[in-house]
Ligand binder design. Structure first.
Ligand SMILES: *Cc1c(COP(=O)(O)O)cnc(C)c1O
Length: 384
């Protein structure tokens, strides 16, 4: 058994990044400023996006985009239940109704087939989630949204570096990335909204900073009008320059991070191949590049003779950390009580919600760490 605990994920921060953060702290300008502007330009260029706005979190970015699209009472928003709760919480906080789409059993992603039957006169937005580093099959969903005149927001929190049919996620449409510490690149907390809709992006830029026409850096440093005007009441979701400079360093290393993630996952696939109790997700059938944000497996609870939560607890006893991405949102207390959601509504989501487990994966891991995880799994399954 491992003597030290292997966390599910640890951020990789280089000495250069630490020095760059210290330089910003000494510079006299630590909040949104020149480093944010550089980070936005660099991230947009990396994705091939027309424009990008840095925000304090992906959740804050989602809030601004939903607000910019004027989502509110009487509107329905289609989203998977297999997602992080933040999106669904925001839909509710804005007074709209979440409508949950089921997912493909083996990729955990929505498709035109699962979304289309849910469309009504009230549907305002569809929010597909690129899962674990793989892309959603966007072309059929884009066609569907265009046919019905419905807006699309891509949750790209797992998809920094992911490609769909030869193009990076972020190039087309409106995509929201997260730089939380477990994501493929980090700014401690932070996010990015990329969009090919410049009008929408201008609204997000204003909404993330009180709804003003210009931000504090523009006002004070560039010497624009001292009293900016509120265009529409907004929020306080700007990214600091401390975070942005860290993001610039991380972005330079993103491809190397993702290559290392891919190597580790290849090793997992090889080593787990002879364990029928453990079923990794499957690769999407369309052309893509996987960013391997998460390595998710499903526990065959009958073959294994134990439930997923017990499996995770047993791995922890073997000094192996795991994650759960995610517990189905629709079966959480608020959603069952408020919207009458119930078991049986979303069979594929619920099947996975009871079985998924994310194994340790981050670029700083050694090959031997993967071997330790597999050995611990064999011990837990009494195959050691
Ligand atoms: C992490 C995550 C978010 C939220 O990102 P924050 O930057 O923490 O707000 C949203 N959606 C998904 C699918 C995520 O994994």
């Amino acid at each position: 058994m491992r003597t030290s605990f292997l966390p599910f994920s640890t951020p990789s921060v280089s000495d250069e990044e630490i020095f760059a953060v210290a330089d910003v702290l000494r510079s006299g300008w630590i909040t949104t400023g020149p480093n944010c502007a550089k980070f936005e330009a660099a991230f947009a260029s990396y994705c091939g996006a027309e424009g990008a706005v840095a925000v304090a979190s992906a959740t804050g970015g989602m809030h601004c985009v939903l607000q910019a699209l004027e989502v509110g009472a009487g509107d329905e928003v289609i989203t998977p239940s297999m997602t992080w709760v933040s999106t669904v919480n925001l839909i509710c906080l804005l007074g709209a109704t979440p409508v949950f789409a089921d997912i493909d059993r083996d990729t955990l992603m929505v498709s035109r087939a699962t979304v289309e039957p849910l469309i009504t006169e009230k549907t305002k937005v569809i929010i597909p989630v690129h899962y674990a580093g793989a892309p959603v099959d966007m072309d059929p969903i884009r066609e569907l949204a265009t046919e019905h005149g419905i807006a699309l927001i891509e949750d790209a929190a797992h998809a920094a570096g992911t490609e769909y049919k030869g193009e990076r996620i972020g190039k087309k449409g409106t995509c929201i990335f997260s730089f939380h510490p477990i994501k493929n690149m980090t700014t401690a907390e932070g996010g990015m909204v990329c969009s090919d809709n410049s009008e929408l992006l201008d609204k997000v830029k204003s909404l993330k900073f009180h709804g003003l026409g210009v931000d504090a850096f523009d006002r004070q440093i560039k010497g624009r009008t001292p009293q900016a005007q509120v265009i529409q009441p907004g929020y306080k979701y700007n990214l600091t320059d401390i975070s942005a400079v860290l993001g610039l360093g991380q972005l330079e290393r993103l491809d190397a991070f993702n290559t290392r993630r891919t190597e580790l996952v290849t090793r997992y696939h090889e080593k787990l191949a002879d364990l029928p109790e453990i079923q990794p997700l499957k690769f999407p059938a369309y052309p893509h590049t996987h960013a391997w944000h998460l390595f998710i497996v499903r526990l065959d609870i009958y073959k294994a003779g134990l439930e997923r939560d017990a499996f995770m607890a047993a791995l922890k006893e073997q000094n192996i950390g795991t994650g759960l991405h995610f517990r189905a949102v629709h079966l959480q207390k608020y959603y069952t009580e408020t919207f009458g959601c119930h078991p049986g509504m979303l069979p594929e989501t619920e099947w996975n919600s009871d079985r998924i487990c994310s194994l340790p994966l981050c670029p700083s891991m050694q090959d031997s760490d993967v071997d330790d995880v597999v050995a611990a799994i064999k011990t837990v399954l009494k195959k050691g």
